[in-house]
Write a protein of this length. Structure first.
Length: 356
């Protein structure tokens, strides 16, 4: 069936970066990363779209939005023409739209009003020809229940189901909040005995394989491909910093392009959690300084200064950094587990209601 028989659409309004006022309302722009949420604004004149609608961007990326938002002019906002559609069914429909228009649109051929009018999607229907929203809702709920079970098994297998803070961890978090932690200033070059820029490997020369190949960008944490080329392999337990200042921790071996640098120590005296803390500190110190016109190279980062917790001898307190990141991880896991338990309880209630 055609999209325009189910939905009307409204285009968002252009809002340039220079005119965006920081706030708490999501601004949707074209792109897949972060579901198209580019930033958060408070512009009073920018239209606020209601929650529980579907958006399609100029590349055909389609998402269900269960929150209010604003959108730029590269976004079509879809509103039901046939009455209320359950949220789960809208998620199903958004997936059907994605399937129908995947890889059909680009900068050269953008999804616009005519595209909307021509788009056909496949949906389940009853014998009388009406759309089977109940089926779609049940299907999505089954998928959610399956994913929750997988999450539960993963948390247990990895030991991440332990989210209870110790007294020491509670005190450490309070110390950071209250500003009682002592800090010192360090040059990035002082923290690592290896800082190496990658080597260029053109996309056309990359051979399929299993080695992650890291390039600049935040999508998929910078992993652009998996290769089998004879390239230098960089070690696990290291950080990468790209030309834009994006920082990622790597717990695996990888290859790397010339737009990224690797940072590590031969003796691995800084743990995974310590490096995660340092990575955040580095990214914070580089934020907003680099772009295509002014790129960061590893050699330029050596004298960049970052702030780190210190011991009484003014040396970096790697143990404190590690303990703090572990404590924060527990807090995040707690939120995930509480969400999971809530979802399981809701699913159990629904099943009981249908079987009673």
């Amino acid at each position: 069936m055609c999209l325009n028989t189910i939905f009307s659409n409204e285009r968002g309004v252009r809002l340039t970066k220079a005119n965006r006022i920081s706030g708490h309302r999501p601004l949707i722009t074209a792109g897949y990363e972060n579901n198209g949420v580019a930033t958060y604004i408070s512009n009073p004149e920018q239209k606020i779209f209601s929650k529980n609608v579907i958006t399609i961007d100029m590349f055909g990326n389609t998402f269900f939005r269960n929150y209010e938002f604003s959108a730029d002019d590269n976004i079509l906002v879809l509103t039901s023409l046939i009455g209320d559609i359950p949220n789960s069914a809208q998620i199903y429909i958004a997936s059907s739209i994605n399937k129908a228009i995947a890889e059909k649109y680009s900068y050269g051929k953008q999804f616009r009003q005519m595209s909307f009018n021509e788009t056909l999607i496949t949906l389940p229907i009853y014998d009388n020809g009406k759309i089977a929203f109940d089926y779609m809702t049940d299907y999505i709920k089954e998928l959610e229940a399956e994913r929750i079970k997988e999450l539960e098994a993963y948390l247990f297998a990895t030991g991440l189901n332990d989210y209870v803070l110790t007294d020491e961890e509670k005190k450490l978090i309070e110390d950071f909040k209250n500003g009682t932690v002592h800090w010192g200033t360090f040059k990035i070059g002082e923290l690592f005995d290896h800082i190496v820029q990658g080597r260029r490997l053109k996309k056309d020369d990359q051979l399929p394989g299993e080695l992650p190949f890291v390039m600049s960008g935040t999508t998929n944490t910078g992993i652009a491909n998996y290769i089998s080329n004879d390239v230098r392999i960089f070690p696990a337990n290291s950080l990468t910093v790209d030309i834009f200042g994006s920082v990622f921790y790597r717990n695996y071996e990888y290859g790397m392009g010339d737009d990224t640098g690797a940072y590590w120590n031969s003796d691995n005296h800084i743990s995974k959690y310590g490096l995660l803390f340092i990575g955040v500190a580095i990214e914070k110190s580089l934020l907003g300084q680099y772009n295509y016109g002014y790129k960061l190279r590893s050699s330029k980062s050596l004298d960049k200064e970052i702030q780190l917790p210190v011991k009484s001898d003014a040396k970096p307190d790697f143990d404190m950094m590690s303990d703090y990141i572990r404590a924060v991880e527990k807090l995040v896991i707690k939120g995930v587990i509480e969400w999971k338990d809530k979802q399981i309880a809701m699913m159990t209630k629904i099943v009981n209601e249908h079987t009673s």
